[in-house]
Structures are given as C-alpha cells and as structure tokens.
Design a protein around this ligand. Structure first.
Ligand code: NAP
Length: 327
C-alpha cells in the first residue's frame, strides 16, 4: 500500500480504515467478522485505524484493543474525545476541557492497551470552551508522551488557525466526499497553507454514493442513517441521482462506485488520507484496491462537474448533530 504523510511527519497508508460501523450506527455488530476485517486490513497494508471513545461507547476502542493485544500489529491509531455519551443512549454533550481531555485520554489508552495514541482528535468543537484551552490541555498530553499528535474534527478555518498557533495540528478530519464538498471553500485551503493533513470521513457518503441504498426502507431498525435528513424518503429519491451519475462513470472506468469515490479523493492531493468504513471483508478489499486507480484531470473534472450540478437535499446531521460542526 502506498504511504502518505499527514502534517509534518505522520506517515500512514494512503487510505485508512474507519472502524465506527463495527460497533454501532450502521446496523448490528459482529465482532468476529470485524476482527477478520482488521486482520485483512493489516495484510493489505492498511496501517491507519480510525476510532473514537464515543463509538459504542466504548466498544470500538475495546474491540481494537482486543485486536492489538492478540495480533500485535504495527498500526497507527487515531481516536477522539469530546462527545460525551452514556452507554445505550444517543443523547450527548460536548466537553473539550483540558481536565476532561486528560481523563478521556487515559481511559482510551487503557481500552486500546497502548502507551501512546498516535493521533488524538477533539471530536467536536465546543463553542463555549476557548479552543486555546483545549489545545493547551492536549499539548500537555503530548509533553507527557500519552499522545503523539493532535487533530481536530469538523473545525472552522478560523478556529483551526487559533488552534495551530498553540500547538501544531497534524490533521483535520471532516466529512468530505462527492456529495459534501464544503471543506474545499475554506478549511482545506487553510490546512494546505498551514501544512496540516486532511482526513475525509464518510468518503462514501455513509455508503449512499456506492448506490447500495435506494430507499429509507433499506436501513434496518438499528441504523442511525434513517434519522439523518439526507436519508429521509423524499431526500433519498432526489439524492439518488448523484449515486447514479457516479455509477455511470465508474462503469466506464471499469471500477466500482466506491472505488471511484475514493480515487477521486486521493486525486485531490497527496495530503489527503480517506478512511472508508466497513465491517465486511469484500468491501475492505474493494476499497483498498482503489489506491491503484488513477483519474486523469479530464475524468476528475467530468466527475466534479456532473455531480456538482445535482442538488443534494438535506443537512448532514440533525439539528442536534450539527452542534459543534464547522465551529
Ligand atoms: N469525525 C467524525 O465526526 C466522524 C463521523 C463519522 C464517521 N467518522 C469516521 O469515518 C469513518 C468512515 O465514515 P463512515 O463509516 O461513516 O462512512 P463511509 O465510509 O462513507 O461509509 C460506510 C458505509 O459504506 C459501506 N461500504 C463501505 N465500503 C463499501 C463498498 N465498497 N461498497 C458498498 N458499500 C460500502 C459500509 O458498509 P458495511 O457497514 O456493511 O461494511 C458502511 O455502511 C468511520 O468509520 C469513522 O471512523 C468520523
């Protein structure tokens, strides 16, 4: 697997593996299959795993901890703190205080069974807490050796500048895909100006851009996508057009829609490391193969133009979920 560098020195595989769906949000979990996916990812050269303390909570970090303990693979682990949830509940609050960062970090280290977190993100920006205090707290975790590097999720360009002035930010992780390109306006240019890497989450539009989901009924009872505005019945009908356009072009290119989505993100710059999520071996293998697919600039332009002219209906999250986004 090709390698890419995030920020000054964080070398990772060109795509990582998003582990969130192995625990919740996208239907039932199946730990034994997820552990097989993790093993296969290592065989394929994917060495960058993405998790968070709130996935599960805290099942996702514990699952990765089990995998690390059994197999002792050489992996880079990114995890996150700041969204506080009670097990079994979807309600949540944000806490980015320095004291909470330390408490959450120590709990993540225990669950993962590692001495240091390779990349530690603040998961959301809490507008009620000055970013400088959060980053100072996180930078003390770096000084203490508990964290190697700092990242921020869903941050605005302005907050990113303030944060980076306190301690170098290695990566920003925000939703970015062919149906969510807001970051191209300010955040991605700011990352480039400051030498910060970019990690697109939901690079497959939570699976929608692969053409797999045609209607709201395709999501089971435990699937949070059915609560998201973009996946409501009416929106799905309109938004399906973008998946069709991607499928048409993928057909011509001789690859799958998922691979075209990932190849497009990889073509947007060497500072971009997408983290497609899956709990299925066949998808993992398909997604890993996307690193070999190159888009010509003509193909890139055609794909961008034909998807950009279609309107996408619905916000990315509910009003509650939008709190701390682009803050
Ligand atoms: N920072 C944040 O706020 C934030 C928010 C969301 C996610 N994330 C991170 O980003 C990672 C990726 O995002 P995501 O998982 O939400 O969305 P995604 O990667 O865009 O899509 C995941 C969905 O697509 C399906 N899928 C994966 N590969 C496929 C393929 N080749 N063909 C058809 N379907 C495919 C998966 O199916 P299966 O489930 O059946 O495998 C899953 O339902 C997460 O795992 C998480 O680590 C971060």
């Amino acid at each position: 697997m090709q390698q890419r560098t995030l920020g000054a020195d964080f070398l990772t595989s060109a795509i990582g593996l998003g582990c969130m769906g192995m625990s919740e949000f996208y239907g039932p979990r199946e730990d034994s299959e997820s552990l097989r996916v993790l093993s296969r990812a290592v065989e394929l050269g994917i060495n960058f795993l993405d998790t968070a303390d709130m996935y599960g909570p805290h099942h996702n970090e514990e699952l990765i901890g089990r995998f690390l303990a059994d197999q002792k693979p050489d992996l880079k682990i990114a995890t996150k703190f700041g969204i506080v949830r009670n097990p079994g509940e979807y309600s949540r609050s944000l806490n980015n205080s320095a004291a909470y960062a330390r408490e959450a970090c120590e709990a993540s280290l225990r669950r993962l069974g590692v001495e240091q977190i390779d990349l530690y993100y603040a998961h959301r920006i809490n507008p009620d807490q000055p970013i400088e205090e959060t980053i100072e707290g996180m930078s003390r975790l770096v000084k203490d050796g508990k964290v190697a590097r700092i990242g921020l999720c869903e941050v605005s360009a302005e907050t990113l500048r303030r944060a980076h002035a306190v301690h170098p930010i290695t990566a920003v992780q925000t939703e970015y895909s062919l149906w969510t390109r807001d970051v191209e306006r300010d955040v991605l240019p700011t990352c480039r100006e400051l030498g910060i890497g970019f990690v697109p989450y939901a690079p497959l539009g939570r699976g929608f851009l692969t053409g797999r989901f045609q209607s709201a009924q395709d999501f089971g009872a435990e699937d949070m996508r059915s609560n998201l505005p973009r996946f409501e019945s009416e929106a799905i009908r309109t938004n399906g057009r973008i998946a069709e356009v991607i499928a048409e072009m993928a057909d011509r290119k001789g690859c799958t829609s998922a691979q075209l989505c990932l190849a497009w993100l990889l073509s947007k710059g060497p500072d971009i490391v997408p983290i497609p999520g899956t709990k299925q071996l066949r998808y993992l293998e398909e997604n890993a193969a996307a690193v070999a697919i190159k888009l010509t600039s003509g193909e890139q332009q055609e794909l961008e133009a034909s998807t950009a002219r279609l309107s996408v209906i619905g916000e990315r999250y509910t009003a509650e979920g939008m709190k701390g986004v682009n803050a």
